[in-house]
Design a protein around this ligand. Structure first.
Ligand SMILES: NC(=O)c1ccc[n+]([C@@H]2O[C@H](COP(=O)([O-])OP(=O)(O)OC[C@H]3O[C@@H](n4cnc5c(N)ncnc54)[C@H](OP(=O)(O)O)[C@@H]3O)[C@@H](O)[C@H]2O)c1
Length: 390
C-alpha cells in the first residue's frame, strides 16, 4: 500500500505525531509536501529526514531562517510563503493530506486538496465547523474521502463499521471533562492560563487545550460530527468520561452500543486515517483493561461550561452561526492566552458576537471567509473595549 502524504501543520503536535507514524509505517509511505507556520528549526529537521519536494512557511523571515538551517544539508525543496504557499501545499498532488493546521486558516488548503480528490485525514475541525455545509458536498462532488483524525470521530468512524448508517440511534461523543471538571463556579472565576494549559490526559497545541478546558472543543466536535456523519443534532450526545479510554460510541436501533477503546494516544487515529480502510500493526502500548480499572461516565455541566451549549445552539441555528462561533472563539482563546480576557469571559464574548451576527446561508467559501473576518473584527472590538477583562 504505497501512499504519498502531505502534512498541513507539520510542526504542530498532530503534524509531528504523523511523521512518527510515517516513520514506523516505513518506505511505502513518502512525504510529498509539508506546511508549517514559523517553526523553521523543526521544519528544517523534518526536511532533512523526509525530503519533501515542497514546503511552505508563514512569512519571508521564516523562509530566510529555514534556508539558513538547510545550507549544506542536501537538496533544498521549493518553498512557498504565507496563505498562498499553504494553499499550494494542499494543491500539489499527493494521496493523503493530513489537515492539521490550527484554526479556520486550514479551510483554504483543505479545500484545494478536496478539489483534486485527495483523501483528507482531518484533524483541523475548524474547517468543518466554519464551512461544513460547503465542504461535505464538495468532497462528494470531487470524490474526495474525509477520514477523521479527531479521536472521538475516529472512534465513531470505526464503530459505524458495525452497522448501517440508517440503523444509528445515537452518536455519543465522550469528553474527558478537562482540568476543571470538578471546579466550582468561584474557582472557575480565578482560572489562570497555566491552569487551563494542564490537560489531564492529552498533550495538545495551546488552542485546543484551552478549548478542551472550556468544553468549547466538545462543542466544535458536536458540529464536526453533524457534518461528518450527516447526523441530526438531536442524535448527538456528549458524555463526560474522565479516563479517556472509551473514545466515543454509536448506539444502534437494536440497543447495541459499539464503542472504540484504546489508550489515549493520537498516533492511533492518525495511523487509522493514513492506512484506511486497512489497518497496520503498531508499536504503541496496548490498553490493559485490568490496569485501567474503573471507567466512569457523567453528564456534562452546561451551566458551568456554557460553551458546549453555545456550540449546540450555533449548530442548530445553522447558516453562518457556526462560522461566527468558531472565529469569535479563536479570538477569545488568543485573548485569554494573552491575558486580555478571563476564562469565563471567553464564552460571554462568543455569545455576544453570535447574538448580533448577520443572518444568512453561506453559498461560497468567499462568503464564509467574509463572515469569519466580520466575527473576528466584532470580537476584537470587544477585547479592545476591555470586555470581560482578565
Ligand atoms: N493535538 C491533538 O491531540 C488534536 C486532537 C484532535 C484534533 N486536533 C486538531 O488538529 C489541529 C492542530 O492541532 P495541534 O494540537 O497539532 O496544534 P499545534 O500544535 O498548535 O500546531 C498547529 C500547527 O499549525 C501551524 N500554523 C499555525 N499558524 C499557521 C499559519 N498562519 N500558516 C501555516 N501554518 C500555521 C503551526 O506551525 P508553527 O508551529 O510552525 O508555527 C503548527 O504546525 C487543530 O485544529 C486541533 O483542533 C488536535
Amino acid at each position: 500500500m504505497g501512499r504519498s502524504i502531505t502534512i498541513l501543520g507539520s510542526t504542530g503536535v498532530i503534524g509531528k505525531l504523523t511523521l512518527q507514524v510515517l516513520q514506523e509505517l516505513g518506505e511505502a509511505f513518502s512525504v510529498e509536501s509539508l506546511a508549517a507556520g514559523r517553526n523553521a528549526r523543526e521544519l528544517a529537521e523534518q526536511i532533512i529526514r523526509f525530503r519533501p519536494g515542497y514546503v511552505s512557511v508563514q512569512d519571508e523571515h521564516t523562509r530566510e531562517e529555514l534556508l539558513g538551517y538547510l545550507r549544506g544539508t542536501g537538496p533544498i525543496p521549493d518553498i512557498g510563503i504565507g496563505d498562498e504557499g499553504l494553499v499550494n501545499a494542499g494543491r500539489i498532488p499527493s494521496d493523503v493530506v493530513v489537515s492539521a493546521v490550527v484554526g479556520a486558516r486550514g479551510l483554504l488548503p483543505t479545500w484545494a486538496a478536496l478539489e483534486r480528490g485527495a483523501t483528507i485525514a482531518l484533524a483541523n475541525k475548524e474547517t468543518l465547523v466554519a464551512a461544513g455545509d460547503l465542504v461535505m458536498p464538495k468532497a462528494r462532488d470531487c470524490r474526495a474521502q474525509i477520514v477523521p483524525v479527531d479521536s472521538e470521530h475516529s472512534a465513531l468512524h470505526q464503530s459505524l463499521r458495525a452497522g448501517q448508517p440508517e440503523a444509528v440511534q445515537r452518536y455519543v461523543l465522550t469528553a474527558s471533562g478537562g482540568p476543571f471538571r470538578t471546579w466550582t463556579q468561584q474557582q472557575l472565576e480565578q482560572v489562570t492560563v497555566q491552569d487551563a494549559l494542564k490537560h489531564p490526559n492529552w498533550v495538545m497545541g495551546q488552542k485546543i487545550t484551552v478549548d478542551s478546558a472550556s468544553l468549547m472543543n466538545k462543542g466544535l466536535e458536536v458540529i464536526e460530527a453533524h457534518h461528518l456523519f450527516a447526523a441530526p443534532y438531536d442524535k448527538i450526545d456528549v458524555v463526560v468520561h474522565p479516563q479517556s479510554i472509551v473514545h466515543s460510541l454509536v448506539e444502534f436501533q437494536d440497543g447495541s452500543m459499539v464503542a472504540q477503546m484504546a489508550t489515549p494516544d493520537m498516533r492511533l487515529p492518525i495511523q487509522y486515517a493514513l492506512t484506511y480502510p486497512k489497518r497496520s500493526a503498531a508499536p504503541w502500548p496496548r490498553l490493559d483493561l485490568i490496569a485501567a480499572g474503573e471507567l466512569s461516565f457523567e453528564s456534562p455541566d452546561v451551566q458551568k461550561f456554557p460553551s458546549l451549549r453555545l456550540a449546540y445552539e450555533a449548530g442548530r441555528a445553522g447558516g453562518f452561526a457556526p462560522c461566527v462561533l468558531n472565529a469569535a472563539n479563536e479570538v477569545a482563546v488568543e485573548g485569554f492566552l494573552n491575558g486580555r480576557i478571563s476564562f469565563l469571559g471567553m464564552a460571554k464574548l462568543v455569545e455576544s458576537v453570535l447574538e448580533k451576527h448577520p443572518a444568512g446561508v453561506p453559498r461560497s467559501v468567499d462568503e464564509i471567509l467574509a463572515m469569519d473576518a466580520w466575527s473576528r473584527e466584532a470580537s476584537r472590538a470587544i477585547l479592545e473595549k476591555g470586555g470581560w477583562r482578565a
